[in-house]
Design a protein around this ligand. Structure first.
Ligand SMILES: Nc1ncnc2c1ncn2[C@@H]1O[C@H](COP(=O)(O)OP(=O)(O)OP(=O)(O)O)[C@@H](O)[C@H]1O
Ligand SMILES: [Mg+2]
Length: 401
């Protein structure tokens, strides 16, 4: 069967449609433990083992030990498959200001000091646009919604309303030019991660000195804040020390004190709730902003798989002791696939196989469902998501001019 080359958005270079083909049935279908009632067909992973593709290996291993009835094996794979060609890449809403296009979100100014932020399904990694992941924008918006609600007693946030599963209407903030990354573990795969730097021999990072002999993904004595500059779409974030943030007037001391206290308290709440769901929130990133009256609010997103690293708690120690990476529930999946197939910082990005896109979607949905304890409410796959979002935003603005 011919495989058509993927279409790419000429503006963003993001892959629009993949090469999704009906899955041959020569390999067994396997149930994924995260979804007691939802199947995933792992034929590609079984037929293309790769030592770098460890995520696939250990999930296949566990999946084999938890195989369930054939009836339960319908479902997730084909469900996600039906959204593969209906992902939201670039979305241009009409009747609004020109959008600001971030790596993942498109935002529009609205009257009354509001911003309308649409989460697309774009996946960015290594500061590049990689592909789209079915239902990712909805998961990001809905999971942030959950966490904004669970943390608003700690820190006020920018949310006003959710007119659509992919859209938040929020207070327009003057965003601080610094991202507060909070890390509880020696982890990460990007150039600014403490694990990469530690392995390269650095012992003082972000103003914190680390002892020799630490193991990959080891828990830190206490969470630390590793601030980075907020880089533009094509730039890389740069590490800073908290002292530099203030000394270089990136934010003033009082603001830094407030946001760093917020960040640590939010992270503690995040870790606490994640732990009750069998997950470890290993690290995350917060973005704060200021209202015209000087109030500091939490903006952007919170504790999503894009901004955070989640691990499975019950296998963490055992895998660490075996010298293995923790079972991860974040976009490390795609990062690892890319690292195994190219130099993700310099090479052209290869076409991401649909199986990897589906597996990534499954991971995002899994985090949502594990954390919230709710099933993700699926949109109608037959409805064009751009039209749906346009209508929802128009309705909202008509009722809330
Ligand atoms: N309440 C808010 N007011 C103003 N801007 C916001 C607010 N919440 C989030 N933002 C900004 O909107 C953008 C969200 O888009 P997205 O997450 O795609 O951007 P990004 O690519 O991560 O960041 P950037 O484009 O700034 O590099 C970010 O720049 C974020 O800082
Ligand atoms: Mg962002």
């Amino acid at each position: 069967m011919p495989i058509l080359p993927p279409r790419r958005n000429p503006k963003t270079g993001v892959q629009k449609e993949g090469n999704f083909l009906p899955i041959p049935s020569k390999f067994p279908k396997i149930i994924i433990p995260y979804f007691a009632d939802r199947p995933l067909n792992f034929h590609n992973y079984l037929s293309t083992p790769s030592s770098a593709w460890r995520w696939g290996e250990h999930r296949v291993e566990r999946a084999l030990s938890e195989r369930t009835s054939p009836l339960a094996m319908e479902g997730l794979h084909s469900m996600i498959g039906s959204f593969l060609n209906a992902t939201i890449d670039d979305i241009a809403l009409t009747g609004l200001s020109a959008p600001y296009s971030g790596k993942v979100r498109q935002s529009y100014n609205a009257p009354g000091g509001r911003k309308i932020i649409v989460a697309t399904d774009r996946l960015s990694a290594f500061d590049r646009q990689i592909t789209t992941i079915p239902l990712k924008g909805q998961v990001l918006t809905q999971l942030s919604r959950y966490w904004f609600e669970k943390t608003r007693d700690i820190c006020p946030n920018h949310v006003i309303a959710y007119p659509d599963p992919n859209v938040v209407v929020c207070r327009k903030l003057n965003m601080l030019p610094v991202e507060l990354v909070v890390r509880g573990y020696l982890a990460g795969s990007t150039g600014t991660s403490i694990l990469r730097m530690y392995k390269a021999g650095r012992r003082t990072m972000y103003g914190v000195t680390f002892p020799d002999g630490m193991r990959d993904c080891q828990k830190l004595d206490h969470p630390i804040i590793t601030p980075t500059t907020k880089a533009g779409v094509a730039e890389h974030d740069a590490p800073l020390t908290p002292q530099q943030v203030v000394a270089e007037n990136i934010v003033d001391q009082a603001t830094w004190n407030t946001v760093s206290a917020y960040a640590l308290a939010l992270f503690a709440r995040g870790q606490e709730i994640a732990a009750t769901r069998g997950l470890i929130l290993a690290d995350t990133k917060y973005e704060f902003g200021v209202l015209p009256d000087g109030t500091i609010l939490l903006g952007d997103e919170i504790h999503t798989p894009d901004s955070s690293r989640y691990w499975i708690a019950d296998t963490y120690q055992q895998r660490l002791d075996a010298g293995e990476m923790p079972d991860t529930l974040d976009k490390d999946v795609v990062r690892r696939w890319l690292t195994a197939h190219c130099d993700p910082y310099n090479d052209p990005i290869p076409t991401i196989p649909d199986e990897v896109r589906i597996a990534t979607a499954e991971t995002y949905i899994s985090v949502y469902e594990k954390i919230t304890g709710e099933k993700l409410v699926l949109p109608d796959a037959a409805v064009d998501p751009a039209k749906r979002i346009q209508a929802a935003v128009q309705d909202y603005l008509a009722g809330n001019p």
